[in-house]
Design a protein around this ligand. Structure first.
Ligand code: AMP
Length: 184
């Protein structure tokens, strides 16, 4: 049973690593950013509500995000674990997650922090070219990470596994798997 959270600034490689880890560990990869982008692409009501927020690089309000995440966690494929990518992104979301898990006697096993220097992040994001990857929006997202999300590192200090995220993709995946093995 593996319940994991992946934390790191935009551009740290969370999505890429989450995809690889999800396959290796046999647990679903749940990305709130992907869920929002899917809703935007499909022009659902939720998508229309959040599009301008993703475009600006701000955070979607907690009520909306938490509700979407809780609905996703209720699907049966999460019974043996899950890997959260991009959630929680602030302390309020972390507390909601803890409460929801506690209601079914569950808790997180580990929180993986992907560490990457800021200049490498900006280079990677500019190269990625997603619609929210222009320079002003990138700076705003990095700022939001520092002010809203970075406090989670302390909140999760007892569960935290920190991995250097600057290396080839496979090598970073191996580092994460090794670090998780060392913990247990
Ligand atoms: P990501 O794909 O994780 O980089 O997320 C892309 C965008 O989706 C973010 O810049 C936010 O606008 C929004 N988003 C994703 N996850 C969350 C979350 N947990 N809370 C609030 N907004 C989020």
């Amino acid at each position: 049973m593996t319940r994991l959270v992946l934390v790191g600034p935009p551009g740290a490689g969370k999505g890429t690593q989450a995809t690889a880890l999800s396959e290796k560990l046999g647990i679903p990869h749940i990305s709130t950013g992907d869920l929002f982008r899917k809703n935007i692409a499909e022009q659902t009501e939720l998508g229309q509500q959040v599009k301008h927020i993703l475009d600006s690089g701000g955070l979607v309000p907690d009520e909306i995000t938490n509700q979407m995440l809780i609905a996703r966690l209720e699907l049966s494929d999460t019974a043996d674990g899950f890997l959260l990518d991009g959630f929680p992104r602030n302390l309020g979301q972390a507390e909601v997650l803890a409460t929801v898990l506690a209601e079914s006697d569950q808790k997180l096993d580990a929180v993986v922090q992907l560490q990457v220097d800021e200049d490498v992040l900006v280079q990677r994001l500019l190269a990625r070219g997603r619609s929210d990857d222009n320079e002003d929006v990138i700076r705003h997202r990095l700022h939001v990470y520092q002010s809203e999300t970075a406090p989670l590192l302390d909140y999760y200090r007892d569960l935290l596994v920190t991995v250097d995220g600057v290396a080839e993709i496979d090598q970073v995946t191996d580092r994460i798997l090794a670090a998780l093995r060392d913990r247990t």
